[in-house]
Design a protein around this ligand. Structure first.
Ligand SMILES: Cc1cc2nc3c(=O)[nH]c(=O)nc-3n(C[C@H](O)[C@H](O)[C@H](O)COP(=O)(O)OP(=O)(O)OC[C@H]3O[C@@H](n4cnc5c(N)ncnc54)[C@H](O)[C@@H]3O)c2cc1C
Length: 415
C-alpha cells in the first residue's frame, strides 16, 4: 500500500446519496471521508445530466420527504436557475396540488453541493476509485482505493455504500439483486426522435416470443428494434442488445457506445433534413455516467416489493411519494439499508434493497437524499454505541430523525 489512513465513517460514491450520508455523518461529529471516482459530485443527478428533482410530496398537498432531501432541493438553486412551485417555497403541506419538484442546472448543483460538504467538514477524496474491500469476521474493515498517490487503504469504523451499484457490498461477497433498465431504451428512442412511438403506457412488444414480461420491462417493436441494432443476427442477439442491464463491464461499455452511435445518427438525420445545421444544433455536453437507474442493490434484511405503498412499517425511516402519479406514499423500512451478512456496512440510494415496482419508487433523487441521510446518522449511532446497524434501537433512531425534521409514518402527514 502507498498510504494508510483511518476515518470514523467512509462513504463510497459522491452521488446524492453519498453527499447526504457524508453531510449527516460529519454533522453527527464523525470524521468522515467521501470517496468519489470522478472529480464531480452529484452522480447521476448531475454527471448523468438528470435535471429534475422529483417530488417531495404526494401530489395531494402533503409533504412526504424532509431533512437533507429538502435542504438539497433549495441548495440546487443557489448558483443557477430553477423553479420550485411558489407555495412549496414557503410552506409545509402546501394546499396547491402542483408537486414539490424542481428543475436545476447540473453544474450549478455540483458547485453548491460541494460547498455544503466542505461546510459540514467532510474530507473529499475526488478522482479516487474504491476498488476492493477488506473484511474480518463478516465485518467490513477497510476499503482499498486508487488515485494519483497510488493504491491505499482507508480504514473506518463504519462504511456506507452509496456507489449506485453496491460495489462495496459486491466486492465483499454480499449477495445483491440485479434489475433491468427500461429508461435506457427510453433515452435511445428520444435520441432517435421516436419518443412518440413509445406510446402512452410504455407497453411495447418485441415479437421474439421470449418470455421477458417482468414488470417494469419495456417492450420494443421488433421492426424498430432491428433498426436500432441492425447487427443483431438472431432474435436472441437482438433481445440481448435491448436488455441494457449494465451488469458487466462489457455491457456498460457497449451501452455507452450504442447511445453515442444513435445520437450521431439522429444528428445526421437532422442535418440531412435541412431543419438545422451543425453551427446551431450540436451536442454541448454528454452524460459522464452511463444512465442506468437500476443495476445492483443489496439483498437486504428486508426487500421492499410491489404494492407496499400506504403500508405501515414499524421501522420506517421516512416516506417517499410515487413520482409517477398522485396519491401513493411508501414508508421505507430501515431494514432495506443493511444485511446482517456484513457488519459495519450500510447501503444508501440506489444500493438499498428493492424489487419490482419498489425499484421505481426508490430510484430517484429524493430517495437517495433521504436514505443517504439515514445511513449517515445510523453509522454515527453505530459507532457511538459500538453496535451493528441491526442492533440499534429503532425508536432511538426514529426520534433522532424526527428531531432532524423527518416524518416517518403515514399518520404523521394525515394519511
Ligand atoms: C435516464 C435516467 C433518468 C432519471 N430521471 C430522474 C429524474 O428525472 N428525477 C429524479 O429524481 N431521478 C431520476 N433518475 C434517478 C436518479 O438520478 C438516481 O436514482 C439518483 O440520482 C441516484 O443517486 P445515488 O447517489 O444513489 O447514485 P449515483 O447517482 O449513481 O451515485 C453514485 C456515485 O458513486 C460513484 N462511484 C461508483 N463507483 C465508485 C467507486 N468504485 N469508487 C468511487 N466512486 C464510485 C459514481 O461516480 C457516482 O458519483 C433518473 C435516472 C436515469 C438513469
Amino acid at each position: 500500500m502507498d498510504f494508510n489512513v483511518q476515518y470514523d465513517v467512509a462513504v463510497v460514491g459522491g452521488g446524492i446519496a453519498g453527499v447526504a450520508a457524508a453531510i449527516q455523518s460529519a454533522r453527527s461529529g464523525k470524521k468522515t471521508v467521501l470517496i468519489e471516482k470522478t472529480i464531480l459530485l452529484g452522480g447521476l443527478a448531475t454527471s448523468g445530466l438528470i435535471y429534475v428533482y422529483l417530488p417531495l410530496c404526494d401530489g395531494n398537498g402533503h409533504q412526504t420527504t424532509f431533512g437533507i432531501c429538502e435542504e438539497l432541493i433549495h441548495n440546487s438553486l443557489i448558483y443557477g436557475p430553477g423553479d420550485i412551485p411558489e407555495n412549496w417555497r414557503n410552506e409545509k403541506n402546501a394546499p396547491e396540488l402542483k408537486r414539490f419538484i424542481c428543475r436545476f442546472s447540473p453544474a450549478s448543483f455540483m458547485l453548491s453541493m460541494e460547498e455544503l460538504l466542505l461546510d459540514a467538514g467532510v474530507d473529499l477524496w475526488l478522482d479516487t476509485l474504491a476498488c476492493a474491500v477488506e473484511t474480518k469476521d463478516a465485518k467490513m474493515t477497510a476499503v482499498i482505493v486508487e488515485n494519483e498517490s497510488g493504491r491505499g487503504r482507508i480504514k473506518a469504523r463504519c462504511f456506507i455504500d452509496a456507489s449506485g451499484s453496491s460495489i462495496l457490498a459486491r466486492r465483499a461477497g454480499v449477495p445483491c439483486l440485479p434489475e433491468d433498465n427500461f429508461l435506457s431504451l427510453w433515452a435511445i428512442m428520444y435520441a432517435l426522435g421516436k419518443e412518440s412511438e413509445l406510446g402512452q403506457n410504455l407497453a411495447f412488444e418485441i415479437h421474439t416470443g421470449a418470455a421477458l414480461s417482468t414488470p417494469g420491462t419495456i417492450w420494443l417493436r421488433k421492426d424498430l428494434s432491428e433498426k436500432l441494432f441492425p447487427e443483431a443476427r438472431t432474435d436472441q442477439e437482438l433481445l440481448e442488445m435491448l436488455t441494457y442491464r449494465g451488469l458487466s463491464g462489457k455491457k456498460v461499455s457497449r451501452f455507452v457506445q450504442d447511445t453515442h452511435r444513435l445520437l450521431r445518427e439522429s444528428l445526421k438525420i437532422e442535418y440531412a433534413s435541412g431543419r438545422s445545421d451543425r453551427t446551431r444544433y450540436f451536442p454541448l455536453k454528454l452524460p459522464l455516467m452511463p444512465q442506468f437507474r437500476k443495476t445492483y442493490c443489496i439483498d437486504g434484511d428486508y426487500v421492499l416489493a410491489d404494492n407496499q405503498n400506504n403500508r405501515h412499517f414499524e421501522d420506517s425511516i421516512g416516506m417517499l411519494p410515487d413520482w409517477r402519479k398522485s396519491g401513493p406514499v411508501w414508508e421505507i423500512p430501515f431494514r432495506t439499508l443493511y444485511t446482517r451478512r456484513m457488519g459495519g456496512l450500510l447501503a444508501a440510494g440506489r444500493c438499498t434493497a428493492a424489487s419490482g415496482d419498489a425499484w421505481e419508487i426508490t430510484r430517484v433523487i429524493p430517495s437517495a437524499a433521504m436514505t443517504g441521510q439515514v445511513a449517515g446518522l445510523a453509522a454515527a449511532m453505530s459507532i457511538d454505541q459500538g453496535k451493528e446497524p441491526w442492533e440499534l434501537d429503532i425508536s432511538d433512531l426514529q426520534n433522532r430523525l424526527r428531531k432532524l425534521g423527518f416524518k416517518l409514518h403515514l399518520g404523521e402527514i394525515d394519511l
